[in-house]
Structure formats: C-alpha cells, structure tokens
Write a protein that binds this ligand. Structure first.
Ligand code: MD3
Ligand code: FE
Length: 218
C-alpha cells in the first residue's frame, strides 16, 4: 500500500538505521513517534530554564543558545567548561529530565548495542540561520565508556563527524527533524561540529533547529 501523505509519499515515517562508522549509529526518524511529548517536555524545561548564550573561557559569546535538564547541566563561562547541578541564572536545580527523554535515549542506545544507558544530563541547543558549532570533542563527562545520544528537531543541519584528531577531514552528515544518533565506543571521542545552519522553516519548530544531547555526565 502506498500514497502521498504527511510523511513524503509513504504511509510510515522514515525509520532507517545507518551506521556512521564504528560506534556511531544514525536512527533516521526514531524520534518522530514521540514528537508531541518531546516538544511538550521541552516547553516545560524552557519555562524554568530559559535559553541563554553562554560565554567561552576565552570570552566569546556562543552563537548556539542553550539550556539543560537533568541532575547535571553543562556550562561554559570564563572559568571553563563543566557540569553543575544548579542553573547559575536562578540558583535552582535544572529542570528534571523528562521521562520521554530518558526513555527515548535508552531505546536508541539499546539499538546501538548500549543497553542500560541512563542519562543524567540533557543539554538542549538551539540553532538559528547562521548558527554553527565548531569542531570539538565532548570530554567533560566522567566515563567515556558511556555513549551519547543526540536528537535533532526542527530545520535541517549538516553535522560534521571528524576523527580522533582535530585535523582529520570530517564526514558531512545531513540531519533532519526526528533523526537520532548514538555515539559510543570508538566514536565517543571523535571530533564533531555543526556547519552554519541555512535559513529554513519547520512547520512545528519554526525557523530553528533544536538538538537534545543526552549524556551520562556524573
Ligand atoms: C560525535 N551538539 O552539544 S550532538 C554538543 O547538534 C554537540 O547540537 C551537536 O556536539 C548539536 O556537544 C551535536 C552530536 C554529538 C555529540 C557527541 C559526540 C556527536 C558526537 C561525541 C562523539 C562523536
Ligand atoms: Fe559535542
């Protein structure tokens, strides 16, 4: 059975698994079934912990707007990069990790061979036209044996998936609304980033891209 519908000509959302090299698995469309619950949870997070632009240790304002949920939240300021239990803007604990986030991350990690993943930190990144994230490694977590799960929502972006050395030429991976990627094992310390996002419109999210990065930080 086939026919044109909301999912681009098929009756089901695209849901396909693509290995991105050792330890990294792209799950196309994996978050689509939970879209409504994810966005409701995100709204509740933003009410308590609004978007902010952090400053790098070198004093540059980051073009990505950020917030956090979970027991620990990722921070950058003049003193460095680190995880903290409280939002420095309010002095209060970060909003709790929504069960939908935990469940989605655990289910995705299981698909990639990391059963039992229990994230305690969700960094939420917002990109608008022109926003980019330069090549970096995620090294502020305690245990690099734990994978990272990322969920892309809203307008598309091109993800840069580099190697273990900053100078390794990165692969370009287009990511769209609903895509989930699990990064673990030998991929865990690979350099990565996001090219400047092109201006676009998403029917639900508007003119932005939101990325959830779920980690075991503590
Ligand atoms: C590959 N965020 O917040 S998550 C970040 O789209 C970050 O906002 C990106 O990188 C974003 O640190 C992408 C994807 C990601 C996260 C961790 C990785 C990719 C990774 C660790 C190793 C290799
Ligand atoms: Fe990263």
């Amino acid at each position: 059975m086939s026919g044109a519908d909301l999912f681009g000509g098929t009756l089901e959302p695209v849901r396909k698994e693509e290995p991105l090299g050792d330890g990294a698995l792209l799950l196309r469309g994996f978050a689509l079934a939970d879209e409504v619950a994810l966005l409701a949870a995100l709204d509740a997070i933003l009410t308590r912990a609004p978007w902010r632009h952090m400053v790098t240790p070198g004093g540059q304002r980051m073009s990505v707007a950020m917030t956090n949920a979970g027991q620990l939240g990722w921070l950058s300021d003049r003193r460095g990069y680190r995880y903290e239990p409280n939002d420095p803007q309010t002095g209060q604990a970060w909003p709790a990790m929504p069960p939908t986030f935990q469940w989605l991350a655990a289910a995705a990690a299981t698909r990639a061979g990391f059963a039992g993943f229990a994230p305690d930190a969700c960094l939420v990144n917002r990109y608008e036209a022109g926003t980019r994230l330069s090549l970096h490694q995620d090294r502020d977590e305690c245990d690099f044996n734990q994978p990272i799960v990322s969920v892309s929502l809203g307008i598309p972006a091109v993800f840069l998936f580099g190697g273990l050395h900053r100078t390794d030429r990165p692969q370009r991976v287009p990511l769209v609304h609903g895509d989930v990627v699990v990064w673990g094992g030998p991929a865990r310390l690979r350099y990565h980033g996001v090219l400047p996002v092109k201006s676009a419109h998403h029917p639900v999210l508007g003119d932005c891209r939101i990325n959830l990065t779920l980690r075991r930080a503590g």
